[in-house]
Design a binder for this molecule. Sequence first.
Ligand code: NAP
Length: 277
Amino acid sequence: MPDAETGLVVLVGDPVEHSLSPQIHNAAFQAQGLNLTYLACRVSPARLAAAIDGLGALGGVGANVTIPHKQAVLELATSASPSARAIGAANTLVRTSDGWRADNTDPAGFLAPLDSYAESLRGELAILIGAGGAARAVAWACTEHLGARVIVAARRVGQARKLAETLGTEAMTVADAQRFARDAALVINATPVGMAPHASLTPWTFPTGLRPSQIAYDLVYRPAQTRFLQEAEAAGATCIGGLPMLIGQAAASYRQWTGREMPLDVVRDIVSRQPDA
Ligand code: NAP
């Protein structure tokens, strides 16, 4: 039960209704007996600065930040981690003695389920479908941490070029990138295509006869088994869904607010009980 000592963590975004973050973090706080509570707050772009100031005035411990504020929030932070600065977007704020420190935990979340494959991906081709906010964090993780060669593939090639230029990678349309489908060691869906309620769609066509060393990674986590992953599995590739990334990025934020490791078994159980998960 919250009391006068309860520390506040919020999610700031628009929309926020679909978010699993309140369930994830509140379950973890409770499991570890931490007197913290996590609320999701719908905030318009015009009210972002007031909301972040207000959280500071209320003694808030931290925040997650989601669409459409991930870039704008960097301007409101007094410091930023190297990943947030390089990506140009943040999803986490942590209270410090002189204001908010911004971080981006999406790369850590993205890399978590790739841990055992990291060595085999070095120097290999990664095709990244999508050029939005999540793609930006994933492209950075692929080049900086995996040492992969990245093709950013988007339906609007201009958007793909913009992302590719800042990271020194290649850019093309999704249709053109299909030519490299057989060569890619990693194909990542960083678009919402395939997400419920449009679960019958996929942004990619996998050729038959892929090897288990070839990985299909879908950032979409609702449903857990997308058409993109079903077709990759049928073609012979190894599949990774979006839930481990969701939990991984949450765990990296949690560590910064609490100084503790998130109880992953508790969180996996909560997430597995959500509809479509
Ligand atoms: P975003 O900033 O809105 O970017 C979406 C990207 O997908 C844009 O490049 C967009 O292109 C493209 N796209 C949208 N509809 C498309 C279509 N029908 N065909 C081809 N491309 C299309 O969104 P985001 O924040 O990057 O998120 C992308 C997805 O990743 C979402 O499903 C989100 O839930 C998921 N995600 C998961 C995690 C996780 O932890 N698992 C973390 C972050 C994001 P246009 O600009 O042309 O529309």
